[in-house]
Design a protein around this ligand. Structure first.
Ligand code: FES
Length: 96
């Protein structure tokens, strides 16, 4: 399933990049921009970013479930902040 039509990125490609970032450092702040940089891409219309945020949260929750000794509250809080930022930026990107 294609999530990002501008960059032709599938859900599997994005999920794999997220998992790699979590494996590198589960405490880092993972945003759609970080994921796309990992894939060598950039957001263009950024319409896919809310879906990417959902995938990031999903993968972090799966990681947390399989690693209960690691607390990821900081990472999830970062995602929530990034999500709010994305929501506040998007209206500015829409044409008048
Ligand atoms: S759909 Fe992903 S940047 Fe446009």
């Amino acid at each position: 399933m294609i999530v990002c039509h501008c960059n032709v990125l599938t859900k599997a490609m994005i999920s794999e990049a997220i998992e790699g970032l979590i494996d590198d450092d589960p405490y880092q702040l993972i945003t759609p921009g970080v994921v796309y940089r990992e894939l060598g891409k950039r957001g263009k219309c950024c319409g896919c970013f809310p879906q990417v945020v959902g995938l990031i949260v999903q993968r972090l929750e799966e990681f947390q479930t399989s690693n209960p000794s690691i607390t990821l509250e900081r990472s999830l809080a970062g995602i929530a902040a990034a999500s709010l930022h994305t929501a506040s930026v998007r209206p500015a990107l829409k044409p008048d």
